[in-house]
Design a protein around this ligand. Structure first.
Ligand SMILES: *Cc1c(COP(=O)(O)O)cnc(C)c1O
Length: 232
C-alpha cells in the first residue's frame, strides 16, 4: 500500500476513535486533506482512496490544480485571502474558511452576486490572540457575524481557527472548547437568524483533540501527505 493510503487509513481511524470517545458519530466530521505544496499525482492518490475535500491556502495553486484534477473535488480555501484575489477564486471553491474582515466579506458578496452563486464562508478566529496569526479577536465575532449575515449571496456557516503550535497538543483543548462556546453564543445572541453549524478546527498536531471538542471539519496535511518540503 502507498504511504498515502496507509496514512489516510490511520487518520480516519483516529477520527473515528475520537468521535467514539466524545459520543459523536463519525459522519459528523469531514476530513479535509490539506494538499498545499503537493503535486497532482499525490492528490490523485488521496482521491482514489476516497477523499473529495481538499484544502489549499493559495489562489494560484487552486487554479492550477483544479484544472487538471477530477471535477468532483471540493476545494476549500483555508488560507489568508486578499480582496483582489476573490474574483479569481470565487467559482473555484465550495467554501472560504478564512474570512476575517467586513471588507473581505463584502468583496466575496459582490463577486458572488456577479456570478449568481452563493458562497459558503466561515469566520476565522484568532483564538489564542497570537500576534503572528490572522483572524478576528473572539470579542469581535458576534459583530462581524451580524454584518456578514446581511450581505447578499454569502452564507455564514461557522467558525475556523488555527490553534497554536505546541509540543503538547492537549494545551489546545481549551481553545477548541472556546471556539464551540463562541459559536453557540453567537447563534443565541443574534438578532439576525444566524445559525452557524460548522467548526473548522484541528490540524495534524491536534485534530483528535479538536474532534473530541466538536470539530466538524479537520484540516489535515502532514499526517496525510507527509512533511512539506517547504513552509508556506
Ligand atoms: C497547512 C495548513 C493546515 C494543515 O497543517 P498540517 O499541520 O500539515 O496538518 C491546516 N490549516 C491551515 C490553515 C493550513 O495552512
Amino acid at each position: 500500500m502507498s504511504d498515502i493510503v496507509t496514512n489516510l487509513r490511520d487518520v480516519r481511524a483516529n477520527i473515528e476513535a475520537a468521535c467514539k470517545r466524545a459520543g459523536r458519530s463519525a459522519d459528523e466530521v469531514t476530513l479535509i486533506a490539506v494538499s498545499k505544496t503537493k503535486g497532482a499525482d499525490l492528490i490523485r492518490e488521496a482521491y482514489d482512496a476516497g477523499v473529495r475535500d481538499f484544502g489549499e491556502n493559495r489562489v494560484q495553486e487552486i487554479l492550477a490544480k483544479k484544472d487538471i484534477l477530477p471535477q468532483d473535488i471540493r476545494w476549500h480555501m483555508i488560507g489568508h485571502l486578499q480582496r483582489n484575489k476573490v474574483r479569481q477564486v470565487i467559482d473555484k471553491v465550495v467554501m472560504i474558511h478564512s474570512v476575517d474582515s467586513y471588507e473581505l466579506a463584502k468583496e466575496i458578496s459582490v463577486q458572488a452576486v456577479k456570478r449568481s452563486l452563493t458562497m459558503r464562508v466561515l469566520l476565522e478566529v484568532n483564538i489564542a490572540s497570537e500576534e503572528s496569526k490572522f483572524g478576528l479577536a473572539p470579542a469581535d465575532v458576534a459583530a462581524l457575524a451580524e454584518e456578514v449575515s446581511r450581505l447578499d449571496n454569502i452564507r455564514l456557516e461557522g467558525l475556523m481557527c488555527v490553534a497554536p503550535m505546541t509540543e503538547t497538543p492537549e494545551d489546545n483543548r481549551e481553545y477548541f472548547r472556546r471556539m464551540r462556546e463562541i459559536l453557540i453564543d453567537t447563534n443565541s445572541k443574534s438578532v439576525h437568524n444566524i445559525s452557524m453549524q460548522f467548526l473548522s478546527m484541528g490540524m495534524t498536531l491536534d485534530y483528535q483533540i479538536a474532534v473530541e471538542e466538536g470539530a466538524s471539519m479537520v484540516r489535515v496535511g502532514t499526517a496525510v501527505f507527509g512533511q512539506r518540503s517547504y513552509v508556506v
